[in-house]
Design a protein around this ligand. Structure first.
Ligand code: PGA
Length: 262
């Protein structure tokens, strides 16, 4: 099962994951990160940016975004190309040529998934995949029903996801209908997974992902298949977990030889 770590704040979560990434990069300067977008990973990127300002060198780190909207101009401020550039590449001092985002342009979309998978394989694979979780239980844009074996491909967004993401656009009608996303099979190939979730709105999805039955109806439950998955949540997002006391106990008694996340 996933290791669950309950933290006091988003900032504490960001510090914890940034610390793990710093340790990864110390032994592997060109580590490959899987990069989530949305509000959830922002504390991780902020904490890393602080470390970069303090001297941490991430210039050899490579990255693969989880997903992108289909049919949105690359330069649109809400395209994940733009978001990854503004929130990750620039503040972390990454090499833009080493950070990949799925190609959501309509022209050639039929082969975009295959091309992305080939690029991930050519990189040697993702070392640490950062994940958020949707209120409908998605990871990446793998909406309920997604195959656990799925690879990068086009998915139609649920109405729920489009409503959740409408805050980034002028209205829900502006939110693209399609996305291109790493599949659950792609995500499961990453060497380590870190899923973050904050706030009461995520509590149900977190409990279903960590403790519910393994089901394509809750795509995030796929993390139960991964041998090295860590879930970092605040108290609100943890509030519906049935085994919460056990997770706290396990973390307090974590063997000293067993590092957090890595
Ligand atoms: P959020 O989205 O981080 O903006 O809450 C998470 C997700 O949809 O995966």
């Amino acid at each position: 099962m996933a290791e669950v770590i309950v933290v006091g704040s988003r900032k504490a979560a960001g510090a914890l994951v940034a610390e793990a990434i710093e340790r990864l990069v110390a032994v592997q300067p060109d580590a490959v990160l899987g990069l989530a977008t949305g509000d959830t990973p922002v504390p991780v990127y902020r904490a890393l940016a602080e470390r970069v300002r303090a001297g941490l060198d991430l210039s050899a780190v490579r990255g693969f975004a989880l997903d992108e909207y289909v049919g949105i101009p690359v330069g649109h401020p809400q395209s994940y190309h733009s978001v990854i550039d503004a929130e990750v590449v620039v503040p972390l001092g990454l090499n833009p040529a080493a950070v990949h985002v799925p190609d959501g342009r309509s022209l050639g979309i039929e082969t975009a998934g295959e091309r992305y998978e080939a690029a991930i394989l050519a990189s040697g694979g993702i070392d640490l995949q950062i994940l958020g979780i949707g209120t409908d239980g998605h990871i990446g844009f793998n909406e309920p029903g997604s195959s656990f074996a799925s690879l990068t491909r086009v998915k139609t967004l649920t109405r729920q996801t489009r409503e959740d993401n409408a805050r980034f656009f002028d209205s829900v009608d502006e939110v693209p209908v399609h996305s291109i996303t790493q599949g659950l099979g792609t995500i499961l190939r990453a060497r380590r997974l870190v899923l973050l979730a904050f706030g009461a709105a995520k509590a149900h999805a977190v409990a279903a992902a960590v403790e519910g039955p393994l089901t394509a109806s809750v795509p995030a439950s796929a993390i139960q298949l991964h041998p090295r998955a860590t879930v970092v949540v605040d108290e609100e997002a943890a509030s519906m977990l049935g085994e919460l006391e056990y997770y706290r106990d396990a973390f307090e008694n974590k063997p000293t030889w067993d590092p957090v996340i890595l």
